[in-house]
Design a protein around this ligand. Structure first.
Ligand SMILES: Cc1cc2nc3c(=O)[nH]c(=O)nc-3n(C[C@H](O)[C@H](O)[C@H](O)COP(=O)(O)OP(=O)(O)OC[C@H]3O[C@@H](n4cnc5c(N)ncnc54)[C@H](O)[C@@H]3O)c2cc1C
Ligand code: FES
Length: 250
């Protein structure tokens, strides 16, 4: 694919927009792509990133990426018109339960907001009812907050209190009235997803989480991404990354 945009949104995060020469396949929110880091020989494995947005008319997909190491730092240097090898779409994505009657709560923590933003856009386009809850350490971690505010109802928490409720997403007042939601979709740090999952379980609410285990092959062969489930170990690259919390041995 050809890079058509690489926008630094803060010291730590950037958005990479890529154009395919072929028409895009159908992509579900929660699916991911495996990006080759071509210009850095020390990074030989592809890196997985959630699809953050897609535009079927322009044939583009974008990624919201946090710079954490060599691979992501190298990708942050890509310029317009450079070519990047991307295998996509991979994984299962959030289930069609998102499109059922009733109200959903979409929860994103840090860069976990990447697939949650895509899900929010899709639900909006299809006129489904939902709220979004974002969590971050500080206000600059509330990625896409302003964009989301333009088209949906969005709440937030920050650990330092610089925006919204001080604390974790589970400290927000809407979590005290959680039973007004019919289902929850969540992506973020594992402790956050475990806390949200417990809250959902305690209240008998359908809940899906998108896991971000480390990956190597990305197609179910190396088994380095497995997570324990009630049906034994399952690969998050092929059976996930989205799981119902009732399937997970948390
Ligand atoms: C299905 C899936 C979707 C993802 N979506 C996104 C996304 O939309 N945006 C985004 O920025 N990142 C996402 N990630 C995480 C991303 O793949 C890693 O941050 C990236 O591979 C790190 O590569 P690196 O070479 O920069 O860092 P490395 O040098 O490989 O690692 C640097 C540091 O990051 C940690 N790290 C590496 N991989 C992960 C991981 N999977 N989860 C948590 N910590 C990790 C390492 O332990 C190490 O401390 C996703 C991961 C998965 C499995
Ligand atoms: S990354 Fe190799 S099996 Fe999942």
């Amino acid at each position: 694919m050809i890079i058509i945009g690489n926008t630094r949104i803060s010291d730590d995060y950037f958005i990479l927009e890529c154009k395919d020469s072929q028409p895009l396949p159908c992509i579900k929110p929660g699916q991911f792509a495996h990006l080759k880091v071509e210009s850095n020989p020390s990074v030989f494995l592809r890196r997985p990133f959630s699809i953050h947005d897609c535009n079927y008319e322009k044939n583009t997909i974008s990624f919201l990426i946090k710079i954490v190491g060599n691979g992501s730092a190298t990708l942050s240097q890509l310029r317009e018109n450079e070519v990047v090898s991307i295998v996509y779409p991979l994984g299962n994505g959030f289930s069609d339960e998102a499109a059922a009657e009733g109200k959903s709560l979409l929860i994103g923590g840090g860069v976990g907001i990447a697939p949650i933003f895509f899900l929010a856009k899709e639900l909006k386009q299809n006129k489904f009812d939902y709220d979004v809850l974002l969590g971050g350490k500080k206000v600059s971690d509330l990625l896409c907050y302003n964009q989301l505010k333009q088209f949906c109802s969005v709440f937030c928490t920050t650990e330092d209190g610089s925006e919204g409720t001080r604390g974790f997403v589970t400290d927000h007042e809407i979590m005290r009235n959680i039973s007004r939601y019919d289902r929850i979709f969540c992506c973020g740090p594992t402790p956050m997803m475990k806390a949200v999952g417990k809250k959902a379980c305690d209240n008998g609410i359908f809940c899906e989480v998108s896991l971000e285990n480390k990956m190597a092959c990305g197609f179910g062969v190396c088994l380095c991404c497995v997570t324990p489930t009630n049906e034994g170990n399952r690969c998050i690259c092929t059976d996930g990354p989205v799981f119902n919390i009732n399937e997970l041995k948390w």
